[in-house]
Design a protein around this ligand. Structure first.
Ligand SMILES: *[C@@H]1O[C@H](CO)[C@@H](O)[C@H](O)[C@H]1NC(C)=O
Ligand SMILES: *[C@@H]1O[C@H](CO)[C@@H](O)[C@H](O)[C@H]1NC(C)=O
Length: 217
C-alpha cells in the first residue's frame, strides 16, 4: 500500500509547463543584481542562452555597445564559439555604474536580462599608519577610513592575528581603539579590520603604535 502511494505521488504532480519561448537569456554570473568593484579593475559580464541561439546585443545605461560604434574603447563585447556573449569593461570608472543589459534576438522574438552595476571606491585608511601614545597614559589608535558608502564595523587584533577582546585595558569607540594605560609592551603593530556592511567588503590596515617621547630622541 505504502509502496503504491510512493509510486502514485509523482504521477499526481502536474507535468512541468512546456516553455513556448524559443529561447531565454541569462547573465551568467555570481553577480545577479549588484556588483561592487574597485575602480581601476576590469569586469566581464557573461550572457548565455538556452534554446535556440539568438543574436546578442548589449546595452550599458541604455547605450548599445557594438564593435562598430565604439563609444568608449574600455567597453567592448565578445562572442565565444558556443554562442555565449560577453560584455567587458576595462579600467572601471565611476561613471560605468548603472544598468547592464543583455538582449537576445531571433526572428522577431527577444528576451533580455539585466543587472545593476555599482562602482565603489577602494577603502583607504584616513589616519596615520604610525600613531603615538604616552607611556602610563591613554593611547588612542584611530582607524578612520574613507569610502563612499556604508556603515562600517571594526575588529582589532594584535599583529599575531589574535583578536583583541574588550577589556578594562582595551576599549573600542567608533573607529578608535583606546588603550588604558599604554605600557611598553603595547608599543607594537595593530591590525584593524574594517567591515563595510553595505558592500560586504573587508579591508585590513596595520597601524604601529609608538611612544610619543621616543620621537624626541
Ligand atoms: C552557453 O549555452 C550553450 C547553449 O545552451 C551551451 O552549449 C554552452 O555550453 C553554454 N556556455 C557556457 C559557458 O555555459
Ligand atoms: C598575541 O599577542 C598578544 C599581545 O602581544 C598576546 O597577549 C597573545 O597571547 C598572543 N597570542 C598568541 C596566540 O600568540
Amino acid at each position: 500500500m505504502l509502496a503504491t502511494m510512493f509510486v502514485l505521488v509523482p504521477l499526481l504532480l502536474p507535468a512541468p509547463a512546456q516553455s513556448t519561448k524559443p529561447f531565454t537569456v541569462k547573465i551568467n554570473s555570481r553577480w545577479t543584481t549588484n556588483v561592487w568593484f574597485d575602480s581601476g579593475k576590469s569586469v566581464r559580464f557573461p550572457c548565455n542562452y538556452t534554446g535556440q541561439k539568438p543574436i546578442f546585443r548589449w546595452y550599458h545605461n541604455d547605450v548599445e555597445i557594438t564593435d562598430t560604434i565604439v563609444t568608449d574603447a574600455r567597453i567592448s563585447t565578445y562572442m565565444a564559439s558556443d554562442g555565449e556573449s560577453f560584455l567587458d569593461i576595462d579600467n572601471i570608472k565611476y561613471e560605468d555604474a548603472g544598468t547592464i543589459k543583455c538582449v537576445g534576438e531571433l526572428n522577431g522574438y527577444s528576451d533580455s536580462a539585466e543587472l545593476k552595476f555599482e562602482v565603489y571606491e577602494p577603502m583607504t585608511l584616513k589616519a596615520d599608519a604610525i600613531q603615538y601614545g604616552e607611556l602610563g597614559r591613554n593611547a588612542e589608535i584611530d582607524c578612520k577610513t574613507a569610502e563612499r558608502s556604508g556603515p562600517t564595523g571594526r575588529i582589532w587584533s594584535f599583529k599575531n592575528h589574535t583578536t583583541i577582546p574588550q577589556s578594562e585595558k582595551f576599549d573600542f569607540s567608533g573607529s578608535k581603539l583606546l588603550i588604558t594605560p599604554m605600557m611598553d609592551e603595547d608599543l607594537t603593530d595593530y591590525i584593524c579590520q574594517v567591515y563595510n556592511r553595505e558592500t560586504n567588503r573587508v579591508n585590513r590596515f596595520r597601524i604601529t603604535l609608538r611612544c610619543w617621547m621616543s620621537t624626541i630622541y
